[in-house]
Design a protein around this ligand. Structure first.
Ligand code: SF4
Length: 371
């Protein structure tokens, strides 16, 4: 999907050849009919959104929006600029833009930097962390390699570049099982997500042994603090309160790979964010999907509700990623104002040593060969 300069930023249907006005922006926001956007949200933030969009266009910025961003931030990105961290990084690498603003947490922006080393990759909050990436590093990979000599290390893309650089191949939640099956040998080391590893182990039963942190060893691993919060008891309560009985043909309970194994077993469908979205789209286009609950970050459901208005989504908005929530309209506007003023971008720029970029790029490229 190669972009052409000057045609990527069309600023929506209202733009034509003139600049987008504040009234245009407000109208677009109201026209979204988003179930979780109130009059107050729109009136309070329209001016900032208008400024962001004007500067985005002026400086030909690619603004990548992760699926877990709140709707007003997510909506700053064109459709092609929305998605999961790897898909966004691959998209950005094909564009000509010099500036990439990644609306997500820094490990995601690192992947964009690895795939676009000559571009300026910026994030709204460099202190926004991630319970998976923050609690697992290159030294932890070395510990596992020593425990299982010769076994390939497959690292989940939700990790920092330095840990990737020590690993043999990357994976996403959409391709982990496929890649693991294709790797040589009887054993694969999977890091850093312990629940994901347990789910993969179940999926690969009889085909491949999955070694992971905490399984017959004391190596350090991590879990996603968002998906960890869903328990089997929660899912059973959700089924009852939202009337989503197991096996119902038009009501579905979805779970992400990062959830606990018993949560995945209870779900009607489990998969990556993109696989969940594809299943919803296929059902909507087919026999129809009446009601759904997605055991994942709550803003994902907010964005799904916008994309699939015919589906009644239930959500658990107490379950939010506090790291992702650090990305705000005000902070994004600050990046663009700094670009506009020609100010120092160090506060926002994601940088990596050249050798880390080279070493982390190899496992990503190996993954892409499998895809
Ligand atoms: S939801 Fe938050 S804590 Fe979980 S993997 Fe994503 S960034 Fe990390």
């Amino acid at each position: 999907m190669k972009s052409t300069k000057g045609t990527r930023h069309t600023e929506g249907a209202t733009n034509g050849t003139r600049d987008l006005t504040l009234a245009d922006v407000k109208q677009e926001l109201y026209n979204r009919h988003h179930p979780s956007l109130t009059f107050l949200d729109i009136e309070a933030h329209a001016k900032t959104i208008h400024r962001i969009r004007a500067l985005k266009q002026k400086h030909d910025v690619v603004m990548l929006g992760h699926n877990y961003m709140e709707p007003l931030v997510f909506g700053l990105s064109d459709k092609a600029e929305q998605g999961d961290s790897l898909g966004l990084s691959m998209y950005a690498a094909k564009t000509e833009a010099q500036y990439l603003i990644f609306n997500g947490v820094p490990f995601m922006a690192e992947t964009a930097k690895i795939l676009s080393p000559d571009k300026t990759v910026l994030v709204a909050d460099k202190t926004a962390g991630c319970s998976l990436a923050d609690n697992f590093g290159a030294e932890d990979v070395k510990v596992l390699k020593a425990l299982y000599p010769g076994a390939p290390v497959m690292i989940y893309v939700n990790s920092y570049a330095e840990a990737k650089a020590e690993s043999d191949i990357c994976c996403t939640s959409a391709n982990a099982a496929h890649i693991a099956k294709s790797l040589p040998g009887d054993t694969v080391i999977f890091v850093p997500d312990i629940f994901f590893a347990q789910n993969l182990e179940e999926e690969l039963k009889g085909e491949k042994t999955v070694a992971y942190p905490g399984k017959d060893n004391t190596a350090r691993g991590a879990v996603c603090e968002v998906h960890e919060r869903f328990t089997l008891a929660d899912l059973l309560a959700i089924r009852e309160s939202f009337e989503i009985p197991k096996g119902h043909s038009h009501r579905k309970l979805y779970a992400h790979w990062e959830c606990r194994p018993d949560v995945l077993k209870e779900a009607d469908f489990y998969g990556s964010t993109s696989q969940i979205m594809k299943d919803i789209a296929a059902r909507v286009a087919g026999d129809g999907l009446e009601r759904a609950f997605v055991a994942s970050e709550c803003e994902l459901t907010s964005n799904l509700a916008q994309e699939f208005p015919a589906v009644q989504f239930w959500t658990a908005c107490s379950i939010r990623c506090t790291h992702m929530a650090k990305v705000s309209l005000g902070k994004i506007a600050n990046i663009l104002e700094a670009i506009d003023e020609g100010a120092d971008l160090g506060e926002f720029e994601v940088t990596l040593d050249a050798d880390v970029i080279d070493n982390a790029r190899a496992p990503i490229e190996r993954m892409l060969e499998f895809s």
